[in-house]
Design a protein around this ligand. Structure first.
Ligand code: ZN
Length: 154
């Protein structure tokens, strides 16, 4: 089912999302598939549960064409090096801008079976994870933007 994506300035986009318990993960499977479907239908490379009004720490990221769920994702390592990249957001339609992010990050999460996963990410995937995890803390890319571009899309 394709879900409605909340748009800025909806206050639900500014709330801090709650941790998901292991027992909850099984019940959340329909939400995970709806989130994937919604991300694909919106032509996005990532989506976070708060963007559809669900205040839980869940993100979906396009991993080489495969929409993949990460539960309770946490950045556990960051490169000193930062890069400027152009970002957009399904919740901030039509607005694009340059954001400075860590070039590489290490991320810990649970997969949709509730098993722990750790990934080393760099460049675009690292940026997508930082952007999506920000959503779980009520942060939008426009809070971090250095310069608006208003042209192409991530
Ligand atoms: Zn976003």
């Amino acid at each position: 089912m394709i879900l409605d994506i909340l748009k800025n300035p909806d206050p639900q986009l500014r709330a801090v999302a709650a941790e998901v318990s292991l027992e909850e993960i099984k019940k959340l499977q329909p939400l995970l598939s709806d989130l994937k479907e919604t991300m694909i239908a919106s032509d996005g490379v990532g989506i976070a549960a708060p963007q559809v009004g669900v205040g839980k720490r869940i993100i979906i990221v396009d991993m080489q064409g495969q929409p993949t769920a990460f539960i309770n994702p946490m950045i556990i390592g960051r490169s000193l090096r930062k890069v400027n990249g152009e970002e957009g957001c399904l919740s901030v339609p039509g607005i694009y801008g340059i954001v400075k992010r860590h070039k590489a990050v290490r991320m810990h999460a649970l997969n949709e079976e509730g098993q722990p996963v750790e990934l080393n990410l760099k460049d675009l995937p690292a940026i997508i994870f930082q952007h999506e995890i920000d959503h779980l803390d009520g942060v939008l890319f426009i809070d971090r933007v250095i310069r608006y571009t208003g042209t192409s899309k991530l």
